[in-house]
Ligand binder design. Structure first.
Ligand SMILES: [Zn+2]
Ligand SMILES: [Zn+2]
Length: 378
């Protein structure tokens, strides 16, 4: 949250507390609880927010992170030595409580072997997205059919009608549209095309509290073009680009140009693998240093959302998260379970507080419009 928003919000609270009894009363109520920890940036709230202290051991001061977790299931190199290496790529994307499989590798036996060794529960997969029709990305599909998966498969409009046969009546192929949300906060670039060799491909663009995470299959459409497309979809920082960068046939000058473009586009971290090629991988490693993330089958990457401040009331916690793209207010149980979004508004909703009886966070919050900084209390 920006300093401006904080200042505007504080001013609004002061104004509203002075002139609006329904708002002032709950804030002074005995059950309204704010954690005492200095890490919670609500100390600028009016003094009325001071509350009887609750047992500090039971009060979390920040929201448990809601991480993005990517597990590389299939790759031509193994990060986890127990796993089989084979040419191809597949990754499990777990985000916002939902699971999507991106690509399937080229050999169902290798895919299932790695899945089982990693203890992945395939029944959690809610959808599959296929980057492009090359065998090293789609030929693992029969293994998933064999295991009884019955989910949508997001394919490109250019996939032939005969592709449906590979789904064995069990998987449901759906042609994606540009920018479509496949799972919460997991989007596709839509079909892009390599202008030279006319290979169609889609990549994933995942929104996290730390910026965009981009996952590619082969990036035949050009890895820099993929990053540019993601930035056009969401004008947000790029935290990580992971997957095949398709630089296996590129010379060092071309690779240098790609690295320079990545810098220009503000790509924070890179995890090149699959068809990136050894030369390009080692050049990225040199250029990115600590921000180079070694990949390979068995690699699990966790990108934490930034923890937000929490407002605690006994066993209930209200908090602000931008997990849906802008700040909204949520509630959850003390153990992080039973999370529910309480607001849904295009402006930023922030500074929740509890009603006087201590039971409800029933709409007492401030919304700040991003454009004119106007705000109001619900
Ligand atoms: Zn390919
Ligand atoms: Zn490939």
């Amino acid at each position: 949250m920006s300093r401006n928003k904080l200042l505007v919000a504080v001013l609004l609270v002061v104004t509203l507390v002075a002139g609006c009894t329904p708002v002032a009363t709950p804030m002074a109520g005995p059950a309204t609880s704010l954690p005492a920890a200095s890490t919670v940036p609500l100390t600028a709230m009016p003094a009325a927010t001071a509350v009887p202290s609750l047992p500090s051991t039971a009060i979390p001061t920040s929201v448990p992170p809601d991480p993005l977790r990517i597990t590389i299931l299939y790759d031509n190199t193994a990060y986890d030595a127990r796993l089989q290496e084979a040419w191809g790529f597949a990754a499990l994307v777990e985000h916002r409580g939902h699971t999507l499989l991106f690509d399937t590798g080229g050999d169902p036996r290798v895919l299932l072997n790695n899945v089982d060794l990693l203890g992945v529960d395939l029944t959690h997969i809610e959808a599959i997205a296929l980057s492009h029709i090359h065998g090293d990305h789609v030929d693992g599909l029969p293994g998933l059919v064999e295991r009884g998966l019955c989910v949508p498969v997001y394919v490109l409009p250019s996939f032939p009608a005969s592709f449906r046969n590979r789904c064995a009546g069990q998987l449901d192929p759906i042609a994606v549209e540009p920018g479509q949300e496949l799972n919460p906060d997991v989007y596709t670039t839509g079909q892009m095309r390599d202008p030279a060799v006319r290979i169609h491909e889609q990549s994933l663009v995942i929104r996290t509290g730390r910026g965009l995470v981009i996952v590619t299959g082969c990036a035949h459409q050009g890895i820099v073009e993929v990053v540019r497309a993601a930035k056009l979809m969401f004008d947000e920082p790029v935290q990580l680009v992971l997957g095949g960068f398709h630089l296996v046939d590129s010379g060092t000058r071309q690779i240098e140009a790609v690295i320079a473009a990545f810098r220009e586009l503000g790509v924070e971290q890179v995890a090149p693998t699959h068809c990136t090629g050894e030369t390009a991988i080692s050049m990225f490693a040199d250029a990115y240093g600590d921000d180079f993330v070694p990949a390979g089958a068995g690699r699990v990457l966790v990108i934490e959302d930034e923890a937000g401040p929490a407002v605690v009331n006994g066993s209930l916690i209200a908090f602000v998260s931008d997990r849906d793209g802008n700040d909204e207010i949520y509630r959850m149980d003390a153990d992080g379970g039973n999370q529910r979004r309480l607001t849904e508004h295009p402006a930023d909703d922030c500074f929740p507080f509890w009603s006087p009886d201590g039971r409800y966070c029933s709409g007492f919050f401030i919304s700040i419009a991003p454009t004119d900084k106007s705000g109001f209390v619900y």
